[in-house]
Design a protein around this ligand. Sequence first.
Ligand code: SF4
Length: 333
Amino acid sequence: MAETLVEIRDLVKEFPVRGGILQRQVATVRAVDGVNLDITKGETLGLVGESGCGKTTLGRMLTRLLEPTSGTIRFEGEDITHLSGNELKPFRRRVQIIFQDPYGSLDPRSQVGSAIAEGLRLHGIGDKDERQEQVKEMLELVGLRASHASRYPHEFSGGQRQRIGIARALILKPDLVVADEPVSALDVSVQAQVLNLLTELQSELSLTLLFVAHNLAVVEHISDRVAVMYLGRVVELTDRDTLYRHPLHPYTEALLSAIPIADPDRPRDRRILQGEIPSPLNPPPGCHFHPRCPIARQGLCDVQDPHLMESPQGPHHQAACWLRAGDLAIAPA
Ligand code: SF4
């Protein structure tokens, strides 16, 4: 049976909203709102949703770059939710992050080799020569040349810089990598190369990957399972093929219908969502999606808040929708 690497339970992250001359707290925004999620060893879990849905905040809590407000994160069974200082060091070595903007995370005055070796230095791994050797190997593994170690970040293209970001994340041989929108700042022509590289490295190094993206098209080929987030919550979770062929949640259907199809003769059912994503400062009552949902049922959806429920069509497929999962479910049209 597949082993669970990460167990997230009832995870919440709130941020204070400040206002006035004294910058007093005037409200609280709940960016992540009670997420439950398991990540299995060796899998790639895609985490998808519109900007502001809480996916990046969730990824950062998982890497402990952000402190959760409540809930728990277990890593190989150990509760790491509130570890601090030196207690966090072994965990930091095992969990790494790839940022959306690799240029922003690289010091323009520092040679690329030194930036990649930083993690090794911080964790006291190897002497200078050994670290240099590891950096060269890592540069080649991500499709760059060993000689690139002595160059500076501005000498590289966007795609090459993201390869450097990947090398930095992998140099410590982590068990889990959170890839936070790693291709969204890249040209479309380069995106596929970086995605292919991540897929190859994931299988070669037996990595577990949480791949965060705002677009379902991006995660389709890389993910084993996909979790869709809306307004701080996971609203659908299943394996990749089931999600793309038989989505349950109307929000997932809308995201899927927005994926461009290369064949102009192929009919498509574009479902354009009405309205803006509501403010997480003041989420709608009942199902948070109901003001935009084309099948919302008055008296139910605007009153009662759905939790993740099993699909009537099979196990391992969950959706937070009264009409598509759980006891009241009716099959999608
Ligand atoms: Fe739409 Fe109701 Fe399902 Fe929410 S619970 S997604 S409003 S049908």
